[in-house]
Design a protein around this ligand. Sequence first.
Ligand code: GDP
Length: 197
Amino acid sequence: MEITTAKYLISNIDVKACPKPDKPEYAFIGRSNVGKSSLINMLTRNAKLAKTSGSPGKTQLINHFLINNAFYIVDLPGYGFAKRSKVQREEWEKMIDAYLKERTNLVTVFVLVDSRHSPQNLDLAFLRKLGEWGVPFNIAFTKADKITQREAAKNKSLFVNAMKKEWEYIPRTFMTSAEKFHGRNDMLGYIGELNEE
Ligand code: GDP
């Protein structure tokens, strides 16, 4: 699968205002600053599509992009931004909860995990929520160029092992670098497969 066109459509607070759920949809989420915007820009080969910013936690909206006039990529606001107030965190939770439960065309959520770190409770807790809500997901490890292949592989297997303590099924995983365009073919190939189902 190749991305030929990528167009920004709309940003919403309310899932009800999102585009009609008439095309398959792939959502991206992760801890603030995990490299989500960079990854979306890498996949679409559009350096400016999703905003990358030095200040984490800025995007608080559900952002829809139309890809190849055939499916949506959705940039969801990240979690775990320390400077957010309790009220802001509750608003985030309400919005994400509604989005994940109500978006009927959602095929899978790409959960982004920083490949430089050992397993983080915040990420594991988010996966638990997806499990409770019955939302399909897979995992994309980010920023792999920042460490050695060996370290990235080690952190990935630590994460998978942490998951195995509570999950029977381990989903697809991707090792990625937005900087080096690594993981792009794998991720697009996977989206292509799912689109055909
Ligand atoms: P977001 O908040 O999750 O959308 O994260 P961004 O995409 O804005 O990235 C956060 C920071 O990490 C930025 O300074 C990016 O340049 C950097 N970054 C993101 N992805 C990569 C990557 O694959 N490799 C490297 N070296 N830096 C990255």
